[in-house]
Design a protein around this ligand. Structure first.
Ligand SMILES: Nc1ncnc2c1ncn2[C@@H]1O[C@H](COP(=O)(O)OP(=O)(O)OP(=O)(O)O)[C@@H](O)[C@H]1O
Ligand SMILES: Nc1nc2c(c(=O)[nH]1)N=C(CO)CN2
Length: 183
């Protein structure tokens, strides 16, 4: 009779699933294309984090507070084993490194890095809500994401293509002459 080897529980317990991660990045102060490129480069230097795609750059009308310049927005796709809290912290740290000031809610900013989804993770903590609670109503998030992944799904809300079809996308325009490169 053969016996199977005992489970190596101390090894298995450290295994974490590889999950699909989506960030939305945007800004409307300073040289935004340069700042977006720097943010993508820094995100791509994160350990246990593999960037799998980046969208085209979109010029987008300001959402939530109209009296400010247009934004540039992109979506970044990755696969990662990192916990969602670490992924949030990484985005916040990169915002700080790139000179983000936290003053007016939905106001002008050099860079904003929102964590949109981490696999199918649902989370509702004071400092982290997943999926991002306003992503489903933001064309400036969904249109770039759809560009990078035509089959994208927002957990709890369905296909991004269907969400985009129900939104006003008239303020969202692809920028032909600006591109963000993956390092
Ligand atoms: N999914 C998430 N992605 C990013 N930040 C989040 C998320 N869920 C909760 N937060 C919290 O929101 C806080 C404020 O974020 P931020 O200043 O970027 O808000 P905002 O960009 O002005 O507004 P919005 O959250 O509507 O995009 C962060 O410090 C973070 O703790
Ligand atoms: N078009 C656009 N509007 C915004 C954006 C953004 O990135 N793009 N970010 C905001 C802060 O959450 C508020 N409004």
């Amino acid at each position: 009779m053969s016996t199977s080897p005992p489970a190596v529980s101390d090894t298995l317990s450290t295994l974490r699933p590889l999950r699909r991660v989506v960030y939305s990045l945007g800004g409307n102060v300073g040289d935004v294309a340069e700042t977006l490129q720097a943010a993508v480069t820094l995100l791509a230097q994160t350990g246990e984090f593999i960037v799998t795609g980046v969208s085209a750059v979109y010029r987008t009308a300001p959402w939530g507070r109209a009296d400010q310049p247009d934004f540039l927005n992109i979506a970044l796709l990755a696969e990662s084993t990192l916990p969602s809290a670490v992924l949030l912290q990484r985005g916040l740290a990169i915002e700080d490194a790139l000179g983000r000031e936290r003053t007016v809610r939905w106001g002008p900013r050099t860079i904003d890095i929102d964590l949109i989804r981490v696999g199918a993770r649902m989370r509702n903590d004071p400092h982290l809500v997943l999926p991002h609670p306003r992503a489903h109503e933001r064309a400036f998030v969904l249109v770039p994401w759809l560009d990078a992944d035509p089959a994208a799904e927002l957990p709890g809300h369905g296909f991004v293509a269907d969400l985009v079809a129900g939104l006003d996308t008239s303020g969202v325009h692809r920028v032909a002459d600006v591109r963000i490169d993956l390092p």
